[in-house]
Write a protein of this length. Structure first.
Length: 509
């Protein structure tokens, strides 16, 4: 035996023995692993077809049951969500064309012709989300803006006439009501938890009512998108789920079957349809706006009284701020909540109520969504040192008003149904108005009003009423009340008409 071992040692050497021993151990491991696999069907490698099996854990109260696999499809989520999605068809009086009988000079000299006229209308299409079983629907303001009729179609085929309860152009949101009960309603998610890379579904009626409840699928491309010119207050969710004309007002849904956004706009660089860049209003903001519309009849916004700018790298270096975070205070309005709280010019705001601030749009949105009277905590940098201030948020006074005569009297008043806002440098820039133009800006017009019949539109500026100059909303209210039901001659500056013109309004009473 010793002689055999000596011969083998001479033949293979010490290194060869070590290699042989390692191979033997590997062979033993393979045999043992095969036995385990045969008995338990366990494998360290994924089975074919399981690589796409991503479980979706469903929210409490969501109308979907069981886990969802991307391999098997998203049908359970879609089946539940599409029941609370509606199609909204609108009819809006068309004021675009010129008619000699509507010419103010013709009507001044010859009066209103006794010729039957056929009213012209534009038809629009959008989507909406049922948010309560008793018929309240959330959609976009631009879907229902100036519409004289709303036709709302449910997933089950029923149709209802809708009415606008309230709207907020600054966030492009509106609330519509239909007379129905026991409707399926959306399950609200938490948009603050949405992250880039999350899977999402968009549902709506792209291009044509016959394509209602079309479902598209994608991911969240980014969050916190602002300064896009879509709305005054923007904190949008960006998605590549296909959103097309007609999808506006429809839902963006997560993989729990929850509503996380209201689809609003697309970025196309002139193309007529989806290019993979769509935007949705986060549902947390949309819900807050909706609740304020239902509670107050308008959106009450918080106000702090500062002019701010996002801090970039160059500014951060000058002001000694590490990581160029926060927003810099350019101006503090005297006797404003910020002024009373001790905020100063050149302070850098880095936190608002515990939330880190990275850009001015973010802070503006947070303040606006804070209820007036709330005490908010600001963390600031002043001369490089951190300080904490407490500010009692005020109410943003919207200089926007119509003349209120009572609902029935307003319909008979010559200047009833007109909403105006005082002209500011910001509005002049937004509407490309010359600096020397003065007056009040028309921000909305009821479709039944004499002003709408005369062709006035939002964006026009009322400069005079019956040769009396208009400088403020108060001037407009006073002169409109004096006019009452009588004829009124308005001097109006219209950018689309290229200058000032006289408009004669006749009472419909």
């Amino acid at each position: 035996m010793n002689a055999l071992r000596t011969k083998l040692h001479a033949l293979f050497g010490p290194r060869s023995w070590r290699i042989a021993g390692s191979l033997a151990l590997v062979l033993i491991g393979v045999l043992v692993g095969s036995a385990i696999t045969a008995r338990t069907a366990w494998s360290p490698f994924p089975h074919r077809g399981d690589e796409a099996r991503i479980p979706v854990y469903l929210a409490t109260g969501a109308p979907v049951s069981g886990n969802i696999s991307l391999l098997e499809g998203l049908a359970p989520i879609v089946r539940a969500a599409r029941e609370w999605v509606v199609t909204i068809e609108t009819k809006t009086p068309d004021r675009a064309g010129w008619d000699i009988f509507d010419d103010p000079f013709f009507r001044w000299f010859f009066g209103r012709p006794q010729i039957p006229r056929r009213e012209q209308y534009r038809r629009g299409l959008g989507s909406g989300v049922i948010v309560s079983p008793d018929g309240y629907i959330l959609t976009n303001h631009h879907v229902v803006e100036n519409a004289s009729e709303l036709d709302v179609a449910l997933f089950d085929g029923r149709r209802f006439r809708g009415r606008v309860v309230g709207a907020d152009p600054k966030t492009d949101l509106a609330v519509v009501k239909i007379e129905a009960t026991k409707l399926p309603a959306a399950v609200f998610g938490d948009s603050s938890r949405v992250q880039a890379g999350d899977f999402v579904i968009a549902i709506g009626s792209p291009f044509d009512p016959r394509l209602q409840h079309t479902v598209t699928f994608g991911i969240v491309s980014a969050t916190g998108r602002g300064s896009l010119g879509i709305a005054d207050y923007g904190d949008f969710i960006q998605t590549d789920a296909a959103i097309n004309p007609g999808n506006s007002g429809g839902p963006l849904v997560n993989m729990r079957g929850e509503l996380i956004g209201i689809n609003t706009a697309i970025f196309t660089r002139g193309a007529p349809a989806n290019a993979g860049v769509g935007f949705a209003i986060p549902i947390n903001m949309a819900r807050e706006v909706m609740e304020r519309i239902l509670k107050y009849g308008r959106v009450v916004r918080g106000y702090m009284g500062v002019n701010i700018q996002t801090l970039d790298a160059a500014m951060a270096e000058v002001y000694g701020v590490r990581g160029h975070r926060g927003v810099i205070v350019l101006e503090v309005v005297p006797d404003s909540p910020a002024d009373r709280a001790g905020l100063r010019r050149d302070d850098v705001i880095i936190e608002y109520n515990g939330q880190k601030i990275t850009e001015s749009e973010q802070l503006r949105n947070l303040v606006a969504m804070t209820a007036p009277g709330t005490r908010a905590t600001l963390k600031i940098l002043r001369e490089g040192r951190e300080q904490t201030l407490t500010v009692e948020v005020g109410e943003l006074k919207e200089e926007r008003a119509g003349v209120r005569f009572g609902e029935e009297a307003e319909r008979e008043a010559t200047l009833g149904g007109i909403g105006v806002q005082e002209l500011t440098p910001t509005l002049q820039q937004r509407y490309a108005l010359p600096r020397q133009i003065t007056g009040v800006l028309i921000v909305d017009i009821a479709p039944w009003s004499p002003a709408a019949e005369a062709g006035l539109m939002p964006g026009d500026v009322i400069q005079e009423i019956n040769r009396q100059p208009i400088r403020t909303v108060a001037d407009f209210r006073r002169l409109a009340a004096e006019v009452g039901r009588r004829r009124a001659v308005l001097r109006v500056y219209s950018q689309r008409q290229g200058g000032s013109l006289l408009i004669v309004l006749e009472s419909r009473g």
